[in-house]
Design a protein around this ligand. Structure first.
Ligand SMILES: Nc1ncnc2c1ncn2[C@@H]1O[C@H](COP(=O)(O)OP(=O)(O)O)[C@@H](O)[C@H]1O
Ligand SMILES: [Mg+2]
Length: 416
C-alpha cells in the first residue's frame, strides 16, 4: 500500500519547521522578552477568533524563548504551555504550569527549591492554590493568598536559575496559558496577574513573562473587575494572514514532501481561504490528498476547494446556512455579506434585497454567530472567513454562470 504523508492538519498545531509568517507579531514579543531578560517585566494577551493561529503562534514563541538563538535575541528562558480545561480554576492551571518548568531546571536548582520553599515545593513538585474552605468563601483574600504563593515561588525560581553555574543558568520564566475562557474564576485573574507582576517588579525579580490566550469576549470579562490591569499587558491581535504569508504556509508543506506546484494556480486561489490558517490547513490537506503526479496544479485546486467547501458545509456551517435547499431571504442576506468587500449597514442590505423586511432576520443571525455587528460603525459582517468561504464556494458557479449578485458586487465596490 502506498501511504501518502500529508504535512497539513487543521486539527493539530503546526510543527515549528512548517510554521509560516507572523514575523511582525513574533518580533514584537521577542523584543519585549529581551527586556524581560534584563529584569523589565512584560506580559501579553494573544487575542483572536477560533482557528486564527493563536496556539500555533504561542508555541512558536515558546520555542524561540528557549532556543538561545543568536539571531532571535539569545533567549534562554524556562517555558511552560498549559491549556486550561473547562471549569478549571486559575490556581490549578498555574500549578500545572510551574510543574512543567521543573523539567528544564538543573538538578542543583531543584535542591535549592526543596530546601527553601517548604510546603510549596515537596518531592520535586509545586503545590499551590490549596486553601482552606474558609478562605475560598472570600474571593478577594483567595486572590491575595494565591498571588503571595506565586510571588514566593517565582522569586525563588528566578533567583535560583539565574545564579546556578554558568552554562546551566537561565534568563527568566515564560508561562503560557491557553483557552483562558475556560477558567472558572476568570473574574479574578486580572487582579491576580497584576498583583504577581507588580510585586515581582518592586522586588527586582521581573524576569517573568505571562502569555494569556483567549477570544475578544474573554478579554472584556477578564478586565471587567480590574481595568487598571490593562496597561500591564501588551495585546497582540492575531488576525487573518496576508496573501504572501498564506502562500508561505502551503509552500513550506509542499517543499517538506518534495512536491512541486503551479505558482499561478497558488497565487490565484490562495485567498479563497480568506487568509484563515485553519482553512489554509484544510485546503493544504485536500490539495496533497488530491494530487497524484507530485505537482499541485489547477485541477488539484479545483477538487481541493470543492472538497473543503463540502466539508465545511456539512460540519461547522450546516445549521447556519441552507446549503442544500432553496435560497430564502436569510441566505440572500448571507450571500450579500459574503460577496461584499466590506461590512454593510442594515439599510444597505435591505436596499440590496429590494427593500424586503430583513430586520427580523438580523437578531437570529447574530444569535447563531452567523454574523457579528460593529456598534461603532453600525454595520454587520459575516462572523468568520471560513463561513464566508463556504458560502462563496457554494454560490461561485451561479456568480460565474448567471452573474448572480453582480449588482451587489458593483454597488458595494463603488461606494467603498
Ligand atoms: N503561522 C502558521 N503557519 C502554519 N500553520 C498555522 C499557522 N498558524 C496556525 N496554523 C494552523 O492553523 C490551524 C489553526 O491554528 P490554531 O493555532 O489552532 O488556532 P487558534 O489557537 O487560534 O484556534 C492549526 O492547524 C495550525 O497548525
Ligand atoms: Mg488554540
Amino acid at each position: 500500500m502506498n501511504i501518502k504523508i500529508n504535512p497539513f492538519n487543521p486539527n493539530a498545531t503546526v510543527s515549528t519547521n512548517l510554521f509560516a509568517g507572523r514575523k511582525e507579531q513574533i518580533l514584537r514579543v521577542i523584543s519585549k522578552l529581551e527586556q524581560v531578560k534584563n529584569g523589565m517585566p512584560a506580559s501579553f494577551l494573544l487575542v483572536g477568533v477560533r482557528g486564527i493561529g493563536k496556539t500555533a503562534l504561542a508555541k512558536l514563541i515558546r520555542f524561540v524563548a528557549g532556543a538561545n538563538d543568536d539571531v532571535l535575541g539569545n533567549l534562554n528562558f524556562v517555558t511552560s504551555y498549559y491549556s486550561v480545561e473547562s471549569g478549571q480554576d486559575i490556581g490549578s492551571a498555574l500549578q500545572f504550569s510551574l510543574n512543567e518548568l521543573t523539567d528544564q531546571l538543573p538538578a542543583s536548582a531543584m535542591d535549592v527549591l526543596s530546601s527553601s520553599l517548604g510546603k510549596l515545593f515537596k518531592n520535586g513538585k509545586f503545590s499551590i492554590g490549596v486553601f482552606s474552605a474558609e478562605l475560598e468563601a472570600r474571593q478577594s483574600e483567595e486572590v491575595i493568598a494565591l498571588k503571595d504563593q506565586m510571588v514566593a515561588v517565582l522569586t525563588k525560581l528566578v533567583d535560583t536559575m539565574r545564579s546556578v553555574q554558568k552554562g546551566d543558568n537561565k534568563d527568566g520564566v515564560l508561562i503560557i496559558i491557553d483557552e483562558l475562557h475556560n477558567v472558572s474564576n476568570l473574574n479574578f485573574c486580572a487582579q491576580l496577574f497584576r498583583g504577581i507582576a507588580t510585586t515581582l517588579d518592586v522586588k527586582n525579580k521581573g524576569f517573568v513573562s505571562f502569555i494569556l490566550i483567549g477570544y475578544e469576549e474573554t478579554l472584556d470579562e477578564f478586565f471587567k473587575h480590574d481595568a487598571s490591569a490593562r496597561r500591564l499587558f501588551d495585546v497582540i491581535n492575531v488576525d487573518v494572514m496576508p496573501k504572501e504569508e498564506a502562500k508561505e504556509v502551503l509552500i513550506k508543506g509542499f517543499e517538506q514532501i518534495d512536491v512541486t506546484y503551479d505558482e499561478a494556480a497558488l497565487d490565484e486561489n490562495i485567498m479563497v481561504t480568506g487568509g484563515y490558517p485553519h482553512a489554509i490547513q484544510m485546503i493544504g490537506y485536500n490539495l496533497v490528498d488530491a494530487d497524484s503526479d507530485k505537482n499541485i496544479g489547477k485541477d488539484d485546486w479545483k477538487s481541493a476547494i470543492d472538497k473543503t467547501a463540502r466539508e465545511l458545509q456539512t460540519k461547522e456551517f450546516a445549521d447556519m446556512y441552507n446549503f442544500k435547499g432553496k435560497n430564502t431571504l436569510r441566505e440572500r442576506i448571507l450571500d450579500i455579506l459574503a460577496v461584499s468587500s466590506r461590512p454593510l449597514k442594515q439599510k444597505e442590505i435591505a436596499d440590496l434585497c429590494d427593500g424586503k423586511n430583513i430586520y427580523q432576520y438580523i437578531a437570529p443571525l447574530k444569535k447563531s454567530h452567523s454574523i457579528k455587528s460593529n456598534p461603532k460603525t453600525d454595520t454587520v459582517e459575516l462572523h468568520s472567513h471560513l463561513f464566508r468561504m463556504a458560502i462563496l464556494l457554494h454560490i461561485l458557479p451561479r456568480i460565474q454562470e448567471e452573474g448572480y449578485l453582480s449588482d451587489v458586487i458593483s454597488e458595494v465596490e463603488g461606494k467603498s
